[in-house]
Design a protein around this ligand. Sequence first.
Ligand SMILES: *Cc1c(COP(=O)(O)O)cnc(C)c1O
Length: 375
Amino acid sequence: MTTTPNQLPDNPYVLLTPGPLSTSKKVKAAMLRDWCTWDQDYNQLVQSIRSRLVTMASSKPDDYTTVLMQGSGTFSVESVIGSVIPKDGKLLVLANGAYGKRIAQIADVLGIYSIVLDAGETKPVNVKQLEEVLKVDSSITHVAVVHVETTTGMMNPIADVARIAKQYGKTLILDAMSSFGGIPIDIAELDIDYLISSANKCIQGVPGFGFIIARKESLVKCRGLARSLSLDLYDQWETMEQGNGKWRYTSPTHTVRAFDQALQELEEEGGVARRFERFTRNQQTLVDGMQRMGLQPLLPTELQSPIITSFLYPDSSVFSFDEFYARIKQEGFVIYPGKITAAATFRIGNIGDVHLPDIERLLQGIERQLFWKTT
Ligand SMILES: *Cc1c(COP(=O)(O)O)cnc(C)c1O
């Protein structure tokens, strides 16, 4: 490796978005080479990534395996939904935002029988209703839920969902896209069958692939079930296992190299528990500072994740998000529009290579730009 991170240009702004997000210079530097794919070095790297992910997710690593999948996070969600539910299966989706709804939409497009329990955008998914439905509808085979609904930043009660789903013997699919690597989880303890996440969120890599951490006992039953060739989860797994880290079709080599570096940095930071502390500190500092300036979060603290926060527009006819966005970008930060219909909001993420001094600089920048307050 001859490139030094110091030779890389500085970013004009910090991304405070839920991914792609700000990455370290070493992560970016890892991509500045033409890496070969079809050899031992690369395959070993892939195998190492797969096993490190399993260890991160599960206290029983031998029971689980990782499948890496090309594409953005949604491709991995579609891979799971399309590959693990048999023809006569039925999916129950717990939704409270865009990403829960997307799971249901995938099922619709693929012609998978599904029902959606939609709690609305500002409430956690409804565990009581889940139990009522599972009690009366024994044809349901799979339950899917989003861990942190990035639409609002809400943390869903996945331990309760898992307990009920398992009590009724259902296969459980967790979209942990925006939380995995940033919020500790033990999928063995929760008895989760499939956890889905991607390279460019809390692990702080760049976009290009997602990954599925699957219970082996569940995955082995999925041979020949896939409704897609390129997104066939079982086939992708079999190839990676038999070829010792080989991908079917072109692998996103540079992204994988960057991801390896990102995983190393996560380990150096002290693992998921330490990263969770950093994100939590970022988020609390952000909310405290915003509240001091009269900007209120959408969600009550007990529902709020340490990943991304929705803020209500200030109550002023002078406020415009576009102007606020442009001014904050001038200050060196890119924020995110809101995504819900229930209230006018904007969002600020605090994941990525973002640290307390960044949040403090952001707050100072926002304080200079409270244009709706001056007359
Ligand atoms: C980011 C995200 C996804 C996947 O989005 P892509 O744009 O396809 O990468 C899925 N679910 C959740 C909860 C997310 O935050």
